[in-house]
Ligand binder design. Structure first.
Ligand code: CMC
Length: 432
């Protein structure tokens, strides 16, 4: 791994002390200053809240150019992959480093199929969550529970790790669907050997003895593409969490479970649920879009336009473009009209013409249109982030595996600048 090249050095001047720092460059020209010896040589640490400028690792997996709106997995543009591949191929690409041949894909799909059931005792768990549990809480708990039913196999044997990875990829989708069926009181629908990954999921979610054709092939194709656009996004919050948890030696299931929790937050993957809630709110209040834009711009209000803005993209998120097109396709396939799409498009148009959003480079992100598309498929709003998690899983796994193989790898352990009280003595309780 790591084709990071040393391209010279830069001197940092601290008082009268000069420290020479190696300079590195990645394969797409991103340059970095290596301050690994900073504390040892100068006694200083760096201060970078939110890791705005901190490279935590080198990585071969995903490249983003936020200014140009480029996203590539292992060198392939995300739109090329979404157009020409199924999600399973992209999962294979992220995890194994190359696209599968037809034979490899068939073998992989077969393996995913074989491992798609969950232990029957695990189904019992669903009965013990309160009725209104958030599906992300259930997903995270079930993901870590897999480690007791299917202990992680020896990391030193490639085949064993492949098996753990395959189990996780296959079973997380089954867990998500079972949890939905349980929440609506329907009987579980088991995975079927003759259905591919995405269709199998939709079938487990929606198949019912009393509903005819609960999904169509446009939805199957759209789901493949949606999961592809979610599949990785380099060192985002949840991927960094997966790496950090894994860096302590915790197993893959535990690390993924932590990643699911990180994704849940409204500033990360949870935004897709909040976008729909925001659009529904606008609709309920008579469609006053200007009012919402003003509220988002008001610095005294904590409200933000959900599905807008991104730490890395300062131009249109390439995933949002794909999601917008998919949303229209899925709506057309159902012959329905969704007024929320009209509201979303008007909101986008008005925000993109507003100086506040222009000056700050705030564009729709992946979450702006994905929720609307999931909604058209019949997926309930509180499961949108679960869909994101299913899509992001191969990326988390690829990041975890890369972290494990990194010869520079160490436990993730940032430092801090302490600002609390200085040393003091405990006053006995009767004198406080
Ligand atoms: N609405 C209104 N103002 C915004 C928004 C927004 N959605 N996003 C950023 N800003 C403003 C922010 O107030 C700040 O203004 P100022 O410079 O005047 O203080 C400026 O833009 C820069 O924002 P920031 O908070 O410093 O940027 P960040 O990189 O720390 O945050 C973000 C990125 C995604 C958390 C943020 O844009 C946001 O909260 N967006 C809404 C939530 C959302 O859609 N999240 C999904 C992200 S994409 C999928 C994923 O990562 O999972």
């Amino acid at each position: 791994m790591s084709k990071m090249e040393k391209i010279g050095r830069a001197d940092i001047q601290i008082g009268d002390q000069t420290m020479a720092c190696p300079l590195y460059e990645g394969t797409e020209g991103e340059k970095a200053l290596d301050i690994g010896a900073l504390r040892k040589e100068t006694g200083l640490i760096t201060y970078d809240p939110g890791f705005m400028n901190t490279g935590s690792c080198s990585s071969d997996v995903t490249f983003i150019d936020g200014e140009k709106g480029i996203l590539r997995y292992r060198g392939y543009d995300v739109d090329d992959l979404a157009e020409n591949c199924e999600f399973v191929e992209v999962a294979y690409l992220l995890i194994h480093g190359s696209l599968p041949t037809a034979e490899q894909k068939a073998r992989y799909s077969d393996l995913l199929n074989k491992h798609s059931m969950i232990h029957e005792d695990m189904r019992e768990f669903f009965s013990h969550y309160p009725e209104h549990s958030h599906p992300m809480a259930v997903l995270s708990a079930m993901a870590v529970s897999l480690s007791s039913f299917y202990p992680e196999l020896g990391e030193n044997h490639k085949e064993d790790l492949d098996m753990t990875v395959t189990r996780l990829l296959s079973k997380l989708r089954t867990i998500a669907a079972f949890s939905y069926k349980k929440s609506i009181g329907d009987p579980a629908v088991y995975p079927q050997h003759d259905l591919k990954y995405c269709e199998n999921f939709l079938n487990m979610m929606f198949n019912s003895p009393v509903i005819e054709n609960p999904y169509n092939q446009t939805m199957v194709s759209a789901l493949n593409k949606l999961l592809i656009i979610h599949a990785d996004h380099e060192q985002n919050c949840s991927a960094s969490v997966v790496r950090a948890v894994g860096s302590s030696g915790a197993n893959l299931y535990a690390s993924i479970s932590a990643g699911i929790c990180a994704l849940w937050g409204p500033l990360h993957g949870g935004a897709n649920q909040h976008v729909i809630e925001m659009l529904e709110g606008i609709q309920a209040e008579g469609g006053d879009i200007d009012k919402v834009i003003e509220k988002a711009k008001n610095k005294r209000s904590p409200f933000r336009l959900m599905g807008f803005g991104h730490r890395v993209y300062k131009s249109y998120d390439p995933r949002a473009k794909i999601a917008k097109a998919l949303c229209k396709e899925v709506i057309a396939s159902t012959n329905k009209h969704d007024p929320l799409l009209d509201i979303a498009m008007e909101l986008e148009e008005k925000a993109l013409a507003d100086p506040y959003f222009i000056e700050r480079g705030l564009y729709p992100n992946v979450d702006f249109y994905t929720g609307l598309t999931y909604r058209e498929m019949g997926i309930p709003t509180n499961m949108f982030t679960v869909m994101f998690a299913i899509g992001r899983l191969p990326g988390w796994i690829a990041q975890f595996m890369e972290m494990k193989k990194d010869p520079q790898g160490r436990i993730a352990r940032p430092r801090q600048i302490y600002t609390g009280p200085n040393a003091r003595k405990v006053i006995p309780i009767d004198k406080r």
